[in-house]
Design a protein. Structure first.
Length: 436
């Protein structure tokens, strides 16, 4: 079932691409220059409060284009409008209502599609006061946003979702779990991907990436769509050659950024320092991690307990990550990967009630000496889970400067003991009470 389409339209320089990147949750980089045009349209799949849609960015709309390039851009925008289910018309509050805005609004009214007027660059309350003048465009209540700072983007998306066509009951597809397969060169990433796909025999689609070297393969696992992202090997920084290899590494890191879970593939015959560096990037990016010790068929001593200890010593900061032993060549252990990935993803989506979080944290505070500085002692007033994927907890304190690294780790361990969060890092944010 095709996704509904939301198109961003507006005159030049209103911040359409910034809004697109903000909603998409990542910077969509252009990697090819096409003679005669800049990137005409960008697309991204977006999920908001359980509703998925395709978001389309467009070039600046010139109603009366004077150049060949402008005419091509306009043609692309008109095509996007015809496909749209909802249109976001983006204006610029710092420039006020312009004649070009009136032209765009008139064109959109003729299209007969639902239109939401978003007024961008409203970075503060003073600028928001200029919003009423945009009523003259005749597109209803304007929603003031700042794409750059992320202000009111949630309100905008709420209005978008409310206007999208409803999927028939039971037909809405589940969001795909995005899984990046990463590691050093020659550890068996692509062979592992082929083994995973071949064992499951359920390929839905296979599309080579257009803006990256990664290859996206969509499979089905027990009714759950899973997007496997194969990537180029990530070398040590000093060994990366300029040009294509440099950009391949960049795209591999971008694959981690857009993934929910990363499979860190190791060569069992040689665990290297670079493996630890890659794991560190996954950890800092807040992604779920499964450590895959590949080429297990080449190992004589297969004492898993001893190997677990060796691997854990290399990745002490990621003690939450499960370890699997596989041979992509023989297929050994490959069928165990997706059940673990699915479990890690579910842990990342877990949400705990604030009252339960506070109960565990207050018990933890009472059971362990609190950090002090002079006569001042750390106090934690309350804690709450603010987000999922990754699980994020916010602690309100009397002084964030009193939170030592060791105490932060202690609180994280208490959360894990109580709630699990298998396979995923946790984000702990400390705020002094009264901070926004």
């Amino acid at each position: 079932m095709s996704l509904p389409v939301v198109v961003i339209v507006g005159r030049p320089n209103t911040g359409k691409s910034t809004l697109f990147n903000r909603i998409a949750g990542r910077r969509i980089a252009i990697t090819e220059d096409i003679p005669g045009t800049t990137r005409d349209r960008n697309e991204a799949h977006v999920s908001w409060k359980g509703t998925e849609f395709k978001l389309v960015d467009t070039g600046g709309l010139e109603i009366k284009p004077e150049s060949s390039i402008q005419r091509q851009v306009k043609a692309q925008i008109e095509h996007a409008i015809r496909e749209a289910d909802v249109i976001i018309m983006l204006a610029d509050i710092t420039g006020g209502v312009t004649a070009a805005d009136h032209d765009v609004a008139e064109m959109l009214r003729r299209a007969g599609k639902p239109v939401i007027l978003a007024v961008n660059k409203a970075d503060n309350a003073r600028l928001e006061m200029n919003a009423p003048e945009f009523y003259e465009l005749g597109l209803g209540d304007p929603v003031t946003i700042s794409a750059y700072h992320g202000r009111n983007i949630g309100e905008l998306l709420d209005r978008v979702v409310a206007l999208l066509p409803q999927s028939p009951a039971g037909t809405a597809p589940a969001p795909a779990i995005k899984v990046a397969i990463v590691g050093r060169p020659n550890v068996g990433k692509s062979m592992l991907l082929n083994a995973m796909v071949g064992d499951m025999r359920s390929i839905v689609d296979e599309t080579p990436g257009t803006t990256r070297d990664a290859i996206d393969t969509l499979i089905d696992f027990n009714g759950q769509p899973v997007l496997l992202i194969d990537t180029a090997g990530i070398r040590r920084r000093g060994r990366v050659e300029a040009g294509i290899e440099k950009y391949s590494v960049i795209r591999s890191l971008e694959a981690i950024d857009r993934a929910d879970v990363a499979l860190l593939v190791l060569d069992a015959t040689e665990i290297a320092t670079q493996d630890t560096h890659i794991a560190g990037y996954i950890h800092r990016a807040g992604k779920g991690m499964v450590i895959i010790v590949n080429k297990w068929d080449l190992i004589q001593d297969r004492d898993v307990s001893r190997w677990d200890e060796v691997v854990r010593n290399h990745f002490k900061f990621a003690s939450y990550a499960p370890i699997l032993y596989t041979s992509a060549k023989t297929g050994q252990g490959v069928d165990g990967i997706m059940p673990v990935v699915s479990s890690v993803y579910q842990e990342r989506m877990k949400r705990v009630q604030t009252s339960t979080v506070n109960s565990i944290i207050q018990q933890a505070v009472a059971a362990h000496p609190r950090p002090k500085k002079g006569k001042q002692e750390l106090r934690i007033y309350y804690a709450t889970q603010a987000d999922i994927n990754p699980p994020t907890f916010v602690f309100f304190t009397n002084n964030t400067g009193l939170v030592h690294f060791s105490y932060r780790r202690y609180l994280e361990n208490q959360l894990r003991q109580a709630f699990g969060f298998f396979g995923t890092p946790l984000r702990l944010i400390f705020r002094t009470r009264g901070e926004s």
